[in-house]
Design a protein around this ligand. Sequence first.
Ligand code: FMN
Length: 258
Amino acid sequence: MRFHHEIAIDPARCIGCGRCVDDCPAANLVVADGKAAPLTQGCIMCAHCVAVCPTNAVTISGFDEEPRPLDGAEALEPARLLAALGARRSMRRFADRPVADEALADIVEAGRLTPTGGNAQDVSFIVLCERLERCEELAVRLFRRVLPFARLVDATARRTEIDDRFFFKGAPAVVVVVAKDQVNGALAASNMELAAQAHGLGVLYSGFFAMAARLSPALRRELGLARGQKAVTALVVGHSAVNYRRTAPKEPADVRFL
Ligand SMILES: Cc1cc2nc3c(=O)[nH]c(=O)nc-3n(C[C@H](O)[C@H](O)[C@H](O)COP(=O)(O)O)c2cc1C
């Protein structure tokens, strides 16, 4: 985590119920003399102790948001969720319309709220604004150099031309998801796509742009990527210029119950 955090338990509020002890994944809390207390400040700061406390006695410093009471309105409806997942499409044709700042903020927020292994909270986001065209230009330059070699071995590459809009398809917004851990970045990206969908926006995960950002030092410099930081994916975001009328079939789940 980038910031310093410390757990505090208000003895005036704590009723010694032990719920925080039972729910702590790091065995970092005890109840002594009827009051809970942290053993160390060296845990993963997952804040389950904050979330589970019935008297709001636990706080953790260093966050700039207050915990929000939960009232059940957060529940997802399974059929609607699956219907929405089935309706989403990778978007490759975008209308000439900007993406509202509020929508972009919600997309980043969805990434921020996504869990990370060990609660590392190590995923970051680069919203391409002024440098969008320059970044695409650098990626295009790289792919044009590589294309002749790809054409030797790949039939799709032989049919593909790398035009100036090859990566971002003229979309108005791109959010690059950066992480050291590929899984953390991918989970964030998936939730971000859902947030975009909730705003009526379409998304393309640009694996090609992420590839370019891994291979091109010039593009890495332009994105300000430090050593070890990986552009896991780029979410190309905009209003769809295509009206999809039905779901696209997918193969059955490859699932085993053991
Ligand atoms: C990690 C990932 C990377 C992708 N990269 C690209 C890409 O660079 N260019 C592209 O046209 N589509 C890309 N796609 C889109 C896939 O081709 C698409 O998800 C798949 O064909 C299924 O179509 P659907 O998303 O519309 O269901 C990517 C998808 C994922 C999940």
